[in-house]
Design a protein around this ligand. Structure first.
Ligand SMILES: *Cc1c(COP(=O)(O)O)cnc(C)c1O
Length: 426
């Protein structure tokens, strides 16, 4: 289906193709387990000799249908759903890194991912070096070591909204014989498909635009199938040498282009859990069915709101890669010519106190810890997600104390702007 249909059609139809008499709508297989006729049939599943369902921690038909849709949208060969975006990022790295290994990561990434990589994974013996993504290739290359196993970045970083030069990152990763992993949460595959620019693995927090309605926390890992693990077999023993927990099976030999996702499912999901519930996968699928309609509305509204803000003399600064003159405007035009995302940030003259008063005066836009929702919402990182940091530390993290993160929804742009205007005047 991936090859023959365009994105809009994939959003609506990919993943679930019912046969005669089956439900037209993807059913929720709310079952932990699946029945077999003979003990032998089940045994073959446990040895990965047959494919089939036996326990939802490993695979579930509802989840698989939704994963297949996301894989088709990204142009990948396979995907795996996870219980959250955090789990997706952890699995994406842990599938190819073990204690003693190292990876390189853009320093402008989501705060949760920053903690996961910089603190929690360090405790597992996996080391990370954070680099400035805008640094020249030669400078970023100096962060690589013989035990480096991956390069990681976000297409549009949350909350700083930097745009990743994916081709540059892919060149650097491949020149060191490692895959490029890209978190594509903010643009979604409607606006950017990192595989087309050389990324090897894509991860998502599906909790954001993909679900789109703020109902279900979830994540996804997608494999392009393009990285040649066997060409660097000494770096990736987990994929290229026998797995003792499956009678010595070698993933690359047994599954070819599906090696990475099969290992993530058959080994990591088996051992660590963090599956997405079938109920949440069902809701995610409803979100995906309209993703192609919602993204242009988010982007169009964000464009209008940022154009309004940049002309208002109460506003100190506006950050949105869709605005000409923005530091990332050219990169955004290259990688996301049809629009980037609906998340913007800005600061008000008068600083932190004025920003807080403004937020409290908003009526339509709600103060919530969330972004990328159909409903316009707003957050002040210095008072909320990053409140433990001093003003000095905030600036180090590139988060100004007056920064308002504003997630523009799919309401009418005039109403969003009117709400901003009355709050600015309050
Ligand atoms: C929210 C987010 C995550 C974490 O996802 P959860 O679903 O909240 O666990 C990871 N990366 C990015 C870019 C995000 O915005």
């Amino acid at each position: 289906m991936a090859k023959q249909f365009k994105r809009e059609t994939l959003c609506v139809q990919a993943g679930w193709t019912p046969k005669k008499g089956e439900p037209r709508v993807l059913p929720i297989y709310q079952s932990t387990t699946f029945k077999y006729d003979t003990s032998e049939q089940m045994a073959r599943l446990f040895d990965l000799e047959d494919s089939g369902y036996f326990y939802t921690r490993l695979q579930n038909p509802t989840n698989d249908a939704v994963a297949a849709k996301i894989a088709a949208l990204e142009g990948g060969v396979a995907a795996m759903l996870t219980s959250s975006g955090q789990a997706a990022n952890f699995y994406a790295i842990f599938n190819i890194c073990q204690a003693g290994d190292h990876f390189v990561c853009s320093s402008t990434i989501y705060g949760g991912t920053f903690n996961l990589f910089g603190v929690t994974m360090k405790k597992l013996g996996i080391d990370v070096t954070f680099i400035n993504p805008d640094a020249p290739e030669e400078e970023i290359s100096t962060a690589f070591r013989p035990n480096t196993k991956a390069l990681f970045g976000e297409t549009i970083s949350n909350p700083t909204l930097d745009v990743l030069d994916i081709e540059k990152f892919a060149r650097i990763a491949h020149s060191h014989g490692v895959p490029l992993i890209v978190d594509n949460t903010f643009p979604t595959p409607i606006n950017c498909r990192p595989f087309e620019w050389g990324a090897d693995i894509v991860v998502h927090s599906t909790s954001k635009y993909m679900d789109g309605h703020a109902t279900s926390v979830g994540g996804a890992v997608v494999d392009s199938g393009n990285f040649d693990w066997d060409a660097y077999a000494d770096k990736f023993p987990g994929l290229c040498t026998p797995d003792d927990s499956y009678h010595g099976l070698i993933y690359t030999k047994a599954f070819g282009k599906l090696a990475y996702i099969t290992k993530a499912t058959a080994q990591l999901m088996r051992d660590l859990g963090s599956i997405q519930s079938p109920q949440n996968a069902f809701l995610l699928n409803l979100g995906l069915e309209t993703l192609h309609l919602r993204m242009p509305q988010h982007c169009g509204n964000a464009q209008k709101v940022t154009e309004y803000l940049s002309k208002n003399d109460k506003v100190a600064w506006v950050n949105y890669c869709g605005l000409p003159g923005n530091k990332y405007y050219e990169l955004a035009q290259k990688y996301m010519p049809n629009g980037s995302c609906g998340v913007i940030s800005f600061g008000l003259k008068g600083g932190r106190e004025v920003s807080i008063k403004f937020m409290d005066s908003l009526k339509l836009a709600a103060i919530v810890t969330h972004v990328a929702d159909a409903r316009t919402c707003v957050l002040h990182p210095a008072s909320h997600t990053h409140r433990q940091l001093s003003d000095e530390q905030l600036l180090e993290a590139d988060i100004r104390p007056d920064l308002i993160r504003f997630s523009v929804g799919i309401e009418n742009a005039d109403d969003i702007i009117a709400d901003i205007e009355q709050a600015l005047n309050a």
